[in-house]
Design a protein around this ligand. Structure first.
Ligand code: HEM
Ligand SMILES: *[C@@H]1O[C@H](CO)[C@@H](O)[C@H](O)[C@H]1NC(C)=O
Ligand SMILES: CC(=O)N[C@H]1CO[C@H](CO)[C@@H](O)[C@@H]1O
Length: 531
C-alpha cells in the first residue's frame, strides 16, 4: 500500500534527476563540449540566447567580442560552436569538407530548386562545381575573348560615360557600383546583349535595387527556425511578409527572361564556343549559360534531360544565385574602397601614378583597348588597396555554418578539444578572422601599406587568415571574376577622377549575411584629373 503511494514520487524524483543530469550535469561537466568556453552563461543550456542575438542582427559583433574574450573556440548554444583560428579551425571545418546542413535552404530559387550554393551534400555540390569552376578560373577569365570584349564594352561604353555625365553633381556611388557589378556578372552569364543594363538604364536600376533591398533581413525565421516557420505557414501564418515573396518572384522572372534570351542567341548562332562568333558578336556569347547547358546535357546522358522545363529552372536557379552572389558583394567592396580612398587624397595620387604606368592607359581616347587583366595584377598599390578593403569590410562578414561529420572532430589551435561529436553546428566568420591583432597590426584600421611593407613571412600569415571568399571546396567560385572587375572599375575611376565624400551617413556595415552600408548609400562628388 505505502509502496504504491510512493510510486508517483519516485517517478517524479527520477524525472528531476534525469533532467538535472541532462540539462545541467551533462552540459556542464560531461559533454565533450563542456570544456569549451561559453559565449554567454546560458549558451551551454539553451539556444534561446544566440537566437535572440540573431533576431536582433547582432551576431557578428557579439561573436567577435566573445572570441576576443574567450579565445578561438567558443560555444554558442548546446549544439553550436564558433571557431576563430586557422589550424584545427577553418582548415578542419572548411578544407575538411564539413557539410552545409539546411541553413542554406533559403538560397534555393524557384520554390526549392537547389543551386551549388544551397546544395547540402558535397557529392551533389562537387559535381555541379566541376561543371563551373573552369570558366571562373583566372586563366580562363584572362584569356577569354568574350570577357575581354565585355570588359572593354562595360568600362568604355557604360561606366566611364556614366561617370562623365555626373559633372560635379554629387551622386550615390553604391548604386552605380551595384549596377556595373551586375552588368559584369550578367554579361558573363548571359552575354552582353542578353544580360542586364543597370549602369545606363537608371529607371530599371532604381526599380531593381529597391526590389532587391525590400527583401533584405527577412531570413531569420526560415533560416533559424525552419520547422516552426513551415508549421506556422501550413496553418496560414506567414512569418515572411508577402512582398518578400513577390519581390523574389519578380527577380526570378527577370532571370528567366535572360536565360531564354541566352538560349535564343545560342540557337541563332549555333555557336558552341565564343571563338566561332565574329568579332562584333563575341561579347554576346553566354559563357556560363552555355557551359552549364552542355555540362548538364552530358551529365544527363545521350537521351538528354527528361524534362526541359525542369532543366530550364535548374539552370535559372544556378545563374540567379551567381548574379545575386556576384553583384551585391562586389558593389559593397567597391563602395568601402572608395570611402577609404576618398579620405586619403595622397594615396589617390599615388594610385593614379601607378595606373598611368598601364599600357594602354584607361582613358576614353584609347577606347576600345584596355590593358590586359594580367597587367593589373602587377600593380602593388592597386592590389593592396583591394585586399585591405576585402579584409576590413568583408562583404560577407558573418558566420558560414557547417555541421560536424560522423566521427566528430578535434578543434583548437593546439588540438585542445578532441572528441567533438557529430551533428554540431559550427562556423567561422571573416569579421573575426580578419581582426586577429597578432596577424594584422591595428586590425581596425584600413592600411593598404601593410601589404607593401610586411615581410614575406608576415604576408604568408596574413593570407592564411584572409577569408573574404571563404575556403575549401565551397569557397567562392566567382572570386577571380570579382577581382578582375573590381580592378578594372577602380583603375578606370582613378585614372580619370578624384573622389570626394559628400555624405557618408549610414556607412557602417549592417550585421547581416551580405552586409551593405546601413544607409544604403555613399554620396560622392567626382573631380576630373587634368594631366
Ligand atoms: C567581392 C565579391 C565577393 C565576395 C566577398 C564573395 C564571397 C563569397 C563567400 C564568402 C562565399 C562562400 C560562402 C560559404 O562558404 O558558404 C561565396 C560563395 C559563392 N560565390 Fe562569391 N563572393 C564575391 C563575388 C562573387 C561573384 C562575382 C560571383 C559570380 C559568379 C560569386 C558567386 C559565388 C557562388 C556561386 C558561391 C557558392 C560557391 C559554392 O557553393 O561552391 N561570388 N562567395
Ligand atoms: C541601356 O539603356 C540605355 C538607357 O535606357 C539605352 O540607351 C541603351 O541602348 C541600353 N543599352 C543596351 C546595351 O541595352
Ligand atoms: C558587418 C558588420 O555588422 N560589422 C560589424 C561587426 O561588429 C563590429 C563590432 O565588433 C562592428 O564594428 C561592425 O560594424
Amino acid at each position: 500500500m505505502s509502496q504504491s503511494l510512493n510510486l508517483p514520487y519516485v517517478a517524479l524524483a527520477v524525472c528531476i534527476a534525469l533532467s538535472i543530469y541532462r540539462f545541467l550535469v551533462y552540459p556542464l561537466f560531461l559533454s565533450p563540449l563542456s570544456r569549451i568556453p561559453s559565449a554567454h552563461p546560458l549558451a551551454k543550456f539553451t539556444s534561446l540566447w544566440i537566437l535572440y542575438i540573431r533576431y536582433r542582427n547582432l551576431e557578428n559583433s557579439t561573436i567577435h567580442k566573445a572570441h576576443q574574450k574567450w579565445g578561438p573556440v567558443i560555444q554558442l548554444g548546446p549544439n553550436e560552436l564558433s571557431v576563430n583560428c586557422v589550424k584545427d579551425g577553418i582548415l578542419t571545418v572548411y578544407s575538411g569538407g564539413f557539410e552545409k546542413g539546411d541553413w542554406y535552404n533559403l538560397f534555393a530559387n524557384y520554390e526549392g530548386v537547389r543551386n551549388m550554393f544551397s546544395m547540402p551534400l558535397s557529392k551533389q555540390h562537387s559535381s555541379r562545381k566541376r561543371m563551373l569552376s573552369n570558366i571562373y578560373s583566372k586563366s580562363h577569365l584572362q584569356s577569354s575573348p568574350t570577357m575581354s570584349s565585355i570588359s572593354s564594352n562595360l568600362i568604355f561604353d557604360r561606366f566611364l560615360p556614366e561617370l562623365n555625365s555626373k559633372g560635379d553633381t554629387p551622386f550615390n556611388i553604391y548604386a552605380l557600383f551595384s549596377a556595373i557589378a551586375m552588368d559584369f556578372v550578367c554579361a558573363y552569364l548571359f552575354g552582353l546583349e542578353s544580360g542586364s543594363n543597370l549602369t545606363q538604364d537608371e529607371e530599371f536600376r532604381t526599380w531593381f535595387l529597391d526590389l532587391y533591398d525590400s527583401r533584405r533581413s527577412y531570413n531569420f525565421w526560415p533560416q533559424e527556425l525552419p520547422r516552426l516557420t513551415s508549421a506556422l505557414a501550413s496553418i496560414g501564418i506567414n512569418l515572411t511578409p508577402k512582398w518578400v515573396n513577390d519581390a523574389n518572384k519578380e527577380i526570378e522572372e527577370w532571370t528567366l527572361s535572360m536565360v531564354d534570351k541566352s538560349a535564343a542567341v545560342l540557337e541563332k548562332t549555333q555557336a558552341q564556343k565564343a571563338e566561332a562568333l565574329n568579332e562584333a558578336d563575341i561579347g554576346n556569347f553566354p559563357t556560363v549559360y552555355s557551359q552549364l547547358l552542355s555540362a548538364s546535357a552530358k551529365a544527363a546522358g545521350k537521351d538528354g534531360p527528361s524534362d526541359h522545363n525542369r532543366e530550364r529552372l535548374e539552370i535559372a536557379s544556378e545563374l540567379l544565385d551567381h548574379l545575386a552572389a556576384g553583384f551585391d558583394t562586389t558593389g559593397i567592396t567597391l563602395t568601402y574602397l572608395i570611402h577609404e580612398l576618398s579620405q586619403r587624397p595622397d594615396l589617390q595620387s599615388s594610385l593614379r601614378q601607378e595606373l598611368l604606368t598601364l599600357s594602354p592607359q584607361i582613358t576614353q581616347s584609347n577606347n576600345p583597348h584596355l590593358p590586359l587583366p594580367k597587367s593589373l595584377d602587377t600593380l602593388p598599390l592597386l592590389n593592396a588597396i583591394i585586399e585591405e578593403t576585402l579584409r576590413l569590410r568583408a562583404a560577407i562578414p558573418g558566420p558560414q555554418p557547417r555541421i560536424t561529420p560522423p566521427g566528430g572532430c578535434t578543434l583548437g589551435p593546439q588540438g585542445e578539444y578532441p572528441n567533438i561529436p557529430s551533428g554540431i553546428r559550427i562556423s567561422a566568420l571573416a569579421h573575426s578572422l580578419h581582426r586577429n591583432a597578432n596577424v594584422f597590426t591595428n586590425p581596425e584600421q584600413w592600411l593598404p601599406e601593410r601589404y607593401l611593407t610586411s615581410s614575406d613571412e608576415q604576408l604568408k600569415e596574413m593570407r592564411r587568415w584572409f577569408w573574404a571568399f571563404g575556403s575549401g571546396g565551397r569557397m567562392c567560385v566567382g572570386s577571380k571574376l570579382a577581382l578582375l572587375e573590381i580592378k578594372y572599375v577602380v583603375a578606370a575611376l582613378y585614372t580619370n577622377f578624384r573622389t570626394v565624400v559628400v555624405d557618408d551617413g549610414g556607412i557602417e556595415q549592417m550585421d547581416i549575411y551580405t552586409a551593405p552600408p546601413r544607409g544604403g548609400k555613399l554620396i560622392v562628388r567626382l573631380e576630373r584629373v587634368e594631366d
